[in-house]
Design a protein around this ligand. Structure first.
Ligand code: SF4
Length: 248
């Protein structure tokens, strides 16, 4: 999987943002993650090598905008160009996750139609309030492939009203970092039942740093969070998933 990060920096927006990994990483280098800036690699999808071929080779999946939010208001002036670059590369499949799906139509290209076939969008539902606020709108949008991202999962979430053929996948995962909030095994178990009943694949991606099972709380090192989730067998059907990305 390739990566394309057109801009960097963000503002905390909802409960899932409390321990945002972008803020944690920037703080290590004494940088201010709230200072939003366009990255030098902004035009990566259309950059060419000396022989005229694209530097980013297709076909490939491109994890997009992973240290910001694609629909951040400060990126309104850059987003039309970002859409144009995605449109120009039908051989690449762009995927990004947003908490600001309510801003989807800000700067949407006129030729978007039923959605560019090479763009998938994930919307975060870290708790029930976020699910109930974002999901009805998300479901109504013309997007070819939609993913629901319960990450960091902060409580049990009832997605039943929102699961159906319009959702390609549900992703679940805990929070990373020193101060990570707890994720409970029962929440994932319950999500799996919901997904199975609706016929929507669930990918239990990673446990997060603090995970409760059967009344015991485990502190799980980063290097084991993905493998422990895999071993749990909660993903449904087996093998659901994507390459391992940082949690949002
Ligand atoms: S990058 Fe994501 S998690 Fe971090 S502040 Fe922005 S929306 Fe929140």
């Amino acid at each position: 999987m390739a990566e394309w990060n057109p801009w960097h920096g963000c503002h905390k927006y909802s409960a899932g943002c409390l321990h945002c990994y972008v803020y944690r990483r920037d703080a290590k280098y004494e940088l201010d993650a709230s200072a939003v800036r366009k990255n030098a690699a902004f035009d990566l999808p259309v950059r060419r090598a000396r022989d005229g071929s694209y530097k980013l080779k297709g076909p490939d999946e491109v994890f997009t905008c992973f240290t910001s939010d694609f629909f951040l208001d400060e990126a309104d002036e850059w987003r039309p160009e970002a859409w144009r670059m995605m449109r120009a590369r039908p051989d690449l499949h762009f995927f990004f996750i947003t908490k600001r799906i309510l801003r989807f139509r800000e700067g949407l290209p006129e030729d978007w139609g039923e959605g560019y076939p090479n763009v998938s969008i994930g919307t975060t539902c870290e708790n029930q309030a976020a699910a109930d606020e974002r999901m009805p709108y998300f479901l109504s949008l013309p997007i070819r492939q939609k993913t629901i991202v319960c990450e960091p999962m902060l409580e049990a979430v009832n997605l039943r009203p929102y699961l159906g053929p319009g959702i390609a996948q549900v992703v679940a995962g805990g929070e990373s970092g020193e101060d990570a909030r707890l994720m409970r095994c029962d929440w994932v178990r319950n999500l799996r039942s919901q997904c199975e009943a609706a016929g929507v694949p669930l990918w239990f991606k990673q446990t997060g740093a603090r995970f409760e099972n059967d009344g015991r709380i485990y502190r799980i090192p980063r290097r084991l969070q993905f493998s422990q989730a895999r071993k749990s067998g909660f993903s449904w059907p087996g093998g659901a998933g994507r390459p391992e990305e940082e949690p949002r």
